[in-house]
Design a protein around this ligand. Structure first.
Ligand code: HEM
Ligand code: HEM
Length: 219
């Protein structure tokens, strides 16, 4: 079918089910950089430390780049190739039940919902982190490192948060951001587990090289 649409939500085509998905280098680099930054902040950096906040800003920059790519990147990386749609996600579930293997050039409709969920939660983590740490500034860059003070809401102040919360509105606000940050981080962990399970499931079901397509060297 030479005139079949190649990309976008209608990009189902009767090509062989094994035909490979292909991601451009920027999608691959941003994916694995985001994974690395999340793992660093979850497992390595001290929560709220200068390193944690810097990894956080790097994460924010990479995330922003990927979102920009969703507007100007190649067809399969664009938001228009994987619109969030409950109807299409349900259709994909019906395909799974019926054993049909439609070919999607971008994320499949169920995967697309997962991608937007991960991005949404990541956005909340970044926003709440920045709300606590403040924007990158000269003071943060220089003096903060020397004094160990991350920001006006630094970890140096964290020991007595609980007491201050009762008398100080600003500190009370900070503890709200802390709650938001921590809850969304926990939600992210659940989404990541579902995401990895989804990748394994879809790889086995479709027989396509879904993971290999996200690895280096597979253009
Ligand atoms: C996905 C990556 C991230 C993970 C897994 C993560 C994880 C955490 C966790 C578990 C805490 C402890 C929460 C608590 O106080 O109980 C924390 C605190 C903090 N995070 Fe993140 N974080 C991430 C991204 C960020 C970003 C992007 C920023 C800002 C640019 C940031 C800034 C902070 C700050 C300032 C605190 C200290 C809060 C306090 O004063 O207690 N984090 N983070
Ligand atoms: C911190 C953990 C992870 C997060 C937050 C995450 C998030 C994401 C996001 C947002 C996408 C969409 C990529 C884009 O369009 O730019 C994606 C795709 C993908 N991820 Fe992850 N990921 C994580 C870990 C992993 C791991 C460990 C694997 C390996 C099993 C993996 C395999 C994939 C694959 C194969 C795709 C492409 C799916 C498709 O073809 O539709 N991810 N991931």
């Amino acid at each position: 079918m030479p005139n079949a649409p190649q990309f976008g939500p209608e990009a189902l085509s009767p090509q062989p089910a094994r035909s490979r998905r292909s991601w451009d280098p920027l999608v691959k680099i941003t994916h694995w950089s985001i994974v690395t930054a999340i793992m660093a902040n979850a497992l390595v950096t001290e929560k709220g430390s200068g390193a944690h906040v810097w990894v956080g800003y790097a994460l924010a920059a990479i995330f922003a780049l990927r979102l920009l790519w969703g507007l100007i990147g190649p067809a399969e990386a664009r938001f228009s190739a994987f619109p969030p749609s409950l109807r299409r996600a349900l259709g994909h579930l019906r395909d799974i039940r019926g054993g049909r293997k439609a070919l999607h050039r971008s994320h499949n409709p169920l995967g697309a919902l997962m991608v937007y969920a991960v991005w949404g939660v990541l956005g909340i983590i970044i926003a709440s982190g920045i709300a606590m740490a403040g924007p990158p500034s000269g003071a943060f860059l220089g003096a903060a490192e020397q004094t160990g003070e991350v920001s006006r809401h630094s970890i140096a102040e964290r020991g007595d948060h609980e007491d201050k919360d009762e008398v100080n509105g600003a500190e009370g606000n900070e503890s709200v951001w802390e709650e938001v940050h921590e809850t969304s981080v926990n939600l992210l962990y659940i989404l990541i587990a579902l995401h990895i399970a989804g990748v394994i499931f879809e790889t086995r079901r479709s027989g396509r090289e879904i993971l290999l397509a996200m690895l280096p060297g597979r253009a």
